[in-house]
Design a protein around this ligand. Structure first.
Ligand SMILES: NC(=O)c1ccc[n+]([C@@H]2O[C@H](COP(=O)([O-])OP(=O)(O)OC[C@H]3O[C@@H](n4cnc5c(N)ncnc54)[C@H](OP(=O)(O)O)[C@@H]3O)[C@@H](O)[C@H]2O)c1
Length: 271
C-alpha cells in the first residue's frame, strides 16, 4: 500500500515550478508535474510523473486530472504556471493583458475548480498558489503581470474562507526575484520599440528587472522551503520568500503608502 503523500504541480518544466517539484521528490513525495512541454518530454524530471498540461484549456486540465488521479489523488496542489508580458500600460495590447490573465489567474481558477471536488472527497488537502511580491505592489512596465498577481491575492482570500470547512488549506507564495526563470516566458509587448515615447524609461526598467532576476535568490532554497512547509499540519496563509530589501519594499508600501513607495521604486527602476 502506498503511504507516500502526493503533490500535483503545474508549470513544473522550468524555473521555480521545476525546483519545487524536485524538492518535493527529494523529500519523498510522489510528484505529478504538469506543463505544456511535457507533451514531448514525458521523462523531463527524473523520479517525477510528467504529464502534458495547458492551464488555459479546460480539456487539457480534464485530461491531466484523469491521468494524474490514476497515479494518486492529490494531497497537495501547487500552482506555479505563469508568464508575463513586459510593456507600458499604453502600448500593451488588450490581447496581451488577456493572455497573462488567462494563464496566471484564470489558469489557477480552472485548476482549482477541477481539483477541489477530489480534495473534498478525500476529506482535505493543501492548495499553494504562486503569487509574487508583485501581488502586493506594482513596478513599472509589468502591469499585466502585476494585475494578474493582485487578482490571485484577492481570489485566494475568498477561496481559503470557503474551503476551510472541508479541511482544505490555502497558501499564497510570494517570491521576490529568483534565478532560473526562462526569458521565453517574459516577452516584450509587440508594440514596444525604440520609437516608443517610453523607450528610455522602458530600457532602464527592463535592464533592472533582468539584472535583479538573474542575480536573484536560489530557486532550490525556495523549493525546499515550500516542501518543508507542506509537511506541517497547519500551513500559513502567506509565505513570502524574498530578500531583505524586497521585504522592506512591502513594508514601505503598506505602512508609508503607495505614493512614497512609487517615488522610491520609480527612482530605482527608471534612471
Ligand atoms: N522567478 C522569479 O523571480 C519569480 C518571482 C515571483 C514569482 N514568480 C512566479 O513563480 C512561477 C514560476 O515562474 P519562474 O519565473 O520561476 O518560471 P518560468 O521559467 O517563467 O516558467 C514558467 C512555467 O510556467 C509554465 N506555463 C506557462 N504557461 C503555461 C500554460 N498555459 N499551461 C501550463 N503551464 C504553463 C511553463 O511551462 P510550459 O511552457 O512547458 O507549459 C513553465 O514551466 C510563476 O507563477 C511566477 O509568476 C517567479
Amino acid at each position: 500500500m502506498n503511504h507516500r503523500k502526493t503533490v500535483w504541480i503545474t508549470g513544473a518544466s522550468s524555473g521555480l515550478g521545476l525546483h519545487t517539484a524536485m524538492a518535493f521528490r527529494d523529500d519523498g513525495w510522489q510528484v505529478v508535474a504538469g506543463a505544456r512541454s511535457f507533451g514531448s518530454h514525458p521523462d523531463a524530471i527524473e523520479g517525477v510523473t510528467c504529464l502534458p498540461l495547458d492551464v488555459t484549456s479546460e480539456d487539457s486540465i480534464r485530461a491531466f486530472c484523469e491521468q494524474a488521479a490514476a497515479v494518486a489523488p492529490p494531497d497537495a496542489l501547487v500552482q506555479c504556471a505563469g508568464m508575463l508580458v513586459l510593456g507600458s500600460c499604453e502600448e500593451t495590447e488588450t490581447e496581451e493583458f488577456r493572455r497573462v490573465m488567462d494563464t496566471n489567474y484564470l489558469g489557477m481558477v480552472r485548476m482549482n475548480r477541477a481539483v477541489l471536488p477530489l480534495m473534498r472527497r478525500n476529506g482535505g488537502g493543501k492548495i499553494v498558489l504562486f503569487s509574487s511580491i508583485n501581488g502586493l505592489l506594482g513596478i513599472p512596465f509589468q502591469s499585466a503581470y502585476t494585475a494578474s498577481k493582485h487578482a490571485i491575492e484577492g481570489y485566494a482570500e475568498c477561496l481559503s474562507m470557503e474551503v476551510k470547512p472541508f479541511g482544505i488549506q490555502v497558501m499564497l507564495v510570494e517570491p521576490g526575484d529568483h534565478r532560473s526563470g526562462s526569458d521565453k516566458y517574459r516577452p516584450h509587448a509587440a508594440a514596444m520599440s525604440s520609437s516608443s515615447p517610453y523607450a528610455a524609461a522602458y530600457e532602464s526598467a527592463t535592464a533592472r528587472i533582468h539584472h535583479d532576476e538573474s542575480t536573484g535568490s536560489d530557486p532550490d532554497i525556495l523549493g525546499r522551503k515550500i516542501a518543508k512547509t507542506l509537511d506541517r499540519k497547519r500551513i500559513p496563509f502567506r509565505k513570502r520568500i524574498a530578500s531583505p530589501d524586497q521585504h522592506a519594499a512591502v513594508w514601505i508600501h503598506r505602512f508609508l503608502g503607495a505614493r512614497v513607495n512609487s517615488a522610491i521604486l520609480r527612482k530605482y527602476y527608471i534612471k
